[in-house]
Write a protein that binds this ligand. Structure first.
Ligand code: NAG
Length: 382
């Protein structure tokens, strides 16, 4: 009779379940969340020196698996391995545990049990060789990757992300980007009135800025918070950050978005257009910069609903159209902006067409639906 080998696969499953990786973190994303996140992650940019590159590839690999692109998933997990080696400057280390865990799961799902088993053994070996410095706590590298992933996953989980970063920093204090991200997560969480953030965010940001002076993203948020709390004129500082961000490699992590928001909130909307256009001149192919530029036109046109701004309206419309064609998924806001620009041209038909289309989308989130309805009322009541 055939021997019963089912106990082997059982232990394999149990071992897989015990891994720390994206497949076991109960992320439970909806399909629209996955599609949205995929495009956001593609925009982060993969320039050398981005210390999150490994985590980015790991998450992108997981997303592609969930969306059914297993080949792409495998190649992204392999890119994660390489990126982690590069950023950590070593062939192996505890920072590979999550990545190998993902690969063990992927091979298991593909029916390749031997490969899966091989990655399980590699994880075992890493855990033995690099045990967590703190006995009843996960390895800080794992905690930090959980934190970063939660932070990307949803605004609702930012507070939890900050807690994970804190746990990571408690046992390993030398990673400046963990410290910075902890503060960024706290800052973001503090904007949600449901979260009770007890720390002094401004002070935390000030300290973080001293430790990580090169981070323009943080610098922009800090300046924004200062302006709000102390109410001084920050135009000149904002312009300086604007000049600085142009010199950086293009990435949605470079600080471009919060810097343009600073311009917007501090009476520099026309200069925001100039800055966004200059960035585009330097990197004409970047869809993410086209999106920022389209937003800048939207801000100016919202303020001055003036059909005489013909040049701005034309440019705004053409940018919006391009952005919509470059992103398949998260173009709701930009489509609403486009509809509003058509209204400035008295083109009610085109505007209505867009709204009819948008109302066919099924899985909008609550906030999106609200935004859509507010704008819709505006248009159809004219
Ligand atoms: C990160 O923060 C901790 C706790 O505040 C501190 O002890 C550590 O020196 C900081 N690390 C870096 C690299 O700035």
């Amino acid at each position: 009779p055939l021997k019963d080998f089912s106990f082997i696969s059982q232990t394999l499953e149990a071992k897989l379940e015990a891994l720390q990786c994206h497949f076991t973190w109960e992320l439970n994303p909806s399909e629209s969340k996955l599609l949205l996140l995929r495009e956001i992650l593609e925009d982060i940019g993969t320039e050398e020196g981005n210390s999150w590159l490994g985590h980015i590839y790991n998450l992108r690999g997981y997303i592609q698996y969930k969306l059914g692109f297993t080949e792409d998933s495998q190649s992204l997990f392999n890119q994660a391995t390489e990126a982690l080696r590069l950023t950590r400057g070593a062939e192996e280390g505890p920072w590979l545990v999550v990545n190998y865990g993902n690969l063990a799961w992927l091979h298991h799902h593909l029916g390749e049990q031997e490969e899966s088993q091989a990655y399980l053994s590699k994880v075992d070996a890493l855990m033995k060789k690099y045990p967590s410095p703190s006995q009843d706590e996960l390895h800080p590298e794992i905690l930090a990757e959980i934190a970063w992933t939660l932070m990307k996953f949803s605004a609702k989980q930012r507070l939890l992300a900050a807690v994970y970063f804190e746990r990571a920093i408690r046992t390993q204090t030398d990673m400046v980007e963990w410290n910075t991200s902890r503060v960024l997560a706290l800052e973001s969480a503090s904007k949600d009135p449901e979260n009770k953030v007890e720390v002094d965010i401004l002070k935390e940001m000030e300290d973080a800025k001293k430790r990580d002076p090169e981070n323009l993203y943080l610098a922009a948020l800090y300046l924004e918070a200062c302006a709000k709390k102390i109410r001084f004129d920050i135009k000149e500082e904002a312009r300086e950050l604007g000049r600085e961000v142009l010199k950086r490699p293009v990435s949605s992590y470079s600080g471009n978005t919060p810097i343009l928001r600073l311009y917007r909130k501090n009476g520099l909307k026309d200069e925001a257009i100039e800055l966004a256009e200059e960035a585009l001149r330097r990197h004409p192919g970047e869809r993410f910069l086209k999106w920022s530029a389209a937003n800048c036109y939207k801000w100016v046109l919202e303020d001055r609903k003036d059909p005489a701004l013909q040049k701005e309206i034309d440019r705004g419309i053409s940018l919006c159209k391009e952005v919509i064609s470059l992103y398949s998924h998260h173009s709701l806001k930009i489509k609403i902006a486009l509809a509003n620009m058509y209204l400035l041209l008295n083109n009610q038909d085109e505007a209505e067409k867009i709204f009819v289309e948008l109302h066919k989308i099924k899985d909008l989130e609550e906030a999106e639906l609200k935004l859509l309805n507010i704008n819709c009322r505006k248009i159809f009541q004219m």
